[in-house]
Design a protein around this ligand. Structure first.
Ligand code: NAG
Ligand code: NAG
Ligand code: NAG
Ligand code: NAG
Ligand code: NAG
Ligand code: NAG
Ligand code: NAG
Length: 461
């Protein structure tokens, strides 16, 4: 039985004078072939998309960072063994060094195991993907035999035309002298280098708090231009409920735990809308941070002492489920990273639908907070140790060793260009950087690192 389709021809012709009466014309269209299986085609298309998603750059990045770690540790092991050989007097020194080397070997072993499981996982994935691709290819050739109505070819042609059009558009735009500077939103080149440490304080408190953040308000209230702020997470290195304020940078050193101002969000810690995690920023006299136990951004107005919240999209990972990490260690409650640059406030996070890849959104201020434009990247959040934004360009860091952190990745929100080979190094005072933020007023990077507060100068090309 052949399927039939009925088309009302009247709707296909415009009425002209020649048509005497309004008669209803019906046309019987008989398809000589079987109907094209649109449903099946859709299915194959979906499967291709799923297949594509499974092979993300994060997989290779994961392997790369493991190998990097292994390389570094093996070098260290080599060095220590040669020291041991030199100092071997058969006495105490040798025994101590042996312990150190034993520990190092355990670490190397653990890394190898992790590498092995990652490799095994990738082999499985490759096998699976190859299998899937073969299936899809077979399906496609079968579908092509149905394709007498040129549905598939038509789509392919449409896609080709669309690509041509886009290429043409880009070419046209490229010939126009660029109104926008090539790197981000400022009239200057990309990030060039990070200076040696320009300022640091190891904290004056007996109970030095390891997690926190500090910096300068890029849009200070009149009279507060030289003020600095600091937030320490005082409960379990996870939660905070107050902000310390210092009238200038020297005061941060001298005053330490006795600032010129101390503003409390709530007397309890933690409770609704207090601070969770170390990545807070001060902007326009208000503190922006991850609200306690919520997938939301809180804005605490230091003058009015009022809180506004911004709910992030459904599927946003929070409560220490999508942290910044390096080899085997994750920084707890770093799901949301707030950042400031010349243009305002940003939030860096990830969602289930983005498979753990970094997502960047502009936070639009106003009476109420709203989520502005959003960009999706292909860098895996857990392969990153921190991020900051400068001139509308997102930068991500990774752990190299206890003294060096590398800015390895950038995403330009103006051009959507991703760069995995930034290769700018930061010399650290302490092993772990829990928060890192760019301050456009003094072109400094402010970091909070194992209880130390540290500043670096940023230079642009
Ligand atoms: C697509 O994938 C689903 C589940 O993975 C499978 O059941 C189905 O047979 C596939 N369809 C085609 C047309 O390959
Ligand atoms: C890697 O893992 C597989 C199974 O998970 C195991 O059989 C194999 O011995 C491991 N190889 C090494 C070098 O550890
Ligand atoms: C490969 O496929 C098997 C079964 O089809 C599944 O159990 C396994 O999780 C898949 N592996 C990966 C890495 O996708
Ligand atoms: C970058 O800064 C470091 C200090 O952090 C310095 O040693 C290095 O020479 C600088 N590199 C360039 C290319 O300026
Ligand atoms: C601004 O300065 C006043 C004193 O002039 C101080 O009380 C207040 O805490 C400062 N606010 C901020 C956000 O630095
Ligand atoms: C904070 O509150 C004060 C007083 O209500 C208001 O003037 C100011 O604009 C608010 N600041 C922010 C950043 O919302
Ligand atoms: C850390 O890495 C840097 C750059 O690779 C290297 O120069 C330095 O010696 C390393 N430091 C340690 C303690 O391994």
């Amino acid at each position: 039985m052949k399927p039939f389709a009925f088309i009302q021809l009247c709707s296909l012709f415009t009425l002209t004078q020649q048509v005497p009466t309004r008669e209803k014309c019906t046309c019987e269209l008989s398809l000589g072939e079987k109907e094209f299986p649109h449903g099946k085609f859709k299915f194959v298309e979906n499967n291709v998309t799923t297949c594509n998603r499974q092979i993300t750059p994060q997989k290779t990045l994961e392997l790369e960072s493991l190998l990097l770690g292994l390389e570094r540790r093996v070098a260290q092991l080599n060095k220590d063994v040669s020291i041991l050989e030199k100092e071997d007097d058969g006495q105490l020194y040798g025994v101590l060094s042996l312990y150190i080397i034993e520990n190092e070997m355990i670490e190397v072993r653990q890394l190898m195991d992790k590498l092995n499981s990652t490799t095994v996982g990738q082999q499985l994935l490759t096998a699976n993907t190859t299998h899937q691709l073969q299936d899809l290819k077979a399906e496609m050739s079968e579908l092509e035999t149905f394709d007498t109505m040129q549905v598939v070819k038509g789509r392919q042609e449409n896609r080709r035309l669309k690509a041509n059009l886009e290429a043409c558009n880009t070419a046209v735009q490229a010939t126009v002298p660029p109104a926008q500077p090539p790197h981000g939103t400022c009239q200057r080149g990309p990030l060039q280098n990070i200076s040696e440490v320009r300022f640091f304080d190891e904290g004056t408190s007996v109970n030095r708090y390891l997690y926190g953040s500090w910096g300068r308000d890029p849009k200070p209230q009149p009279g507060n231009e030289s003020w600095y702020w600091k937030v320490a997470l005082t409960t379990g290195d996870q939660y905070g409920n107050h902000i310390r304020l210092y009238s200038n940078r020297a005061a941060v050193l001298i005053k330490g735990d006795h600032p010129q101002g101390k503003v409390e969000i709530h007397s309890s810690n933690p409770t609704t809308n207090t601070i969770q995690g170390p990545n807070a920023v001060l902007y326009g006299g208000a503190l922006f941070y991850n609200c306690y136990n919520k997938d939301a951004v809180c804005r605490f107005n230091l003058t009015a002492k009022s809180i506004t919240t911004l709910q992030l999209p459904q599927g946003t990972r929070y409560n220490s489920n999508a942290n910044f990490c390096h080899l085997g260690q994750c920084y707890k409650y770093t799901d949301l990273d707030l950042a400031t640059d010349e243009s305002g406030v940003w939030v860096v996070y990830t969602t289930n639908q983005d498979f753990g890849n970094l997502v960047l959104s502009k936070v639009e201020e106003g009476e109420v907070l709203t989520l502005g434009q959003t960009w999706r990247t292909s860098v895996f959040k857990s392969s990153v140790t921190n991020t900051f934004v400068a001139c509308g360009v997102l930068y991500a860091t990774r752990f190299v060793n206890s003294t060096v952190e590398e800015i390895f990745y950038s995403f330009d929100t103006t051009t959507k260009n991703e760069n995995f080979h930034v290769g700018i190094y930061i010399n650290k005072m302490k092993t772990n950087i829990y928060s890192l933020n760019y301050s456009p007023v003094d072109k400094m990077l402010h970091a909070y690192s194992d209880g130390f507060i540290v500043s670096y100068e940023v230079s642009f090309e």
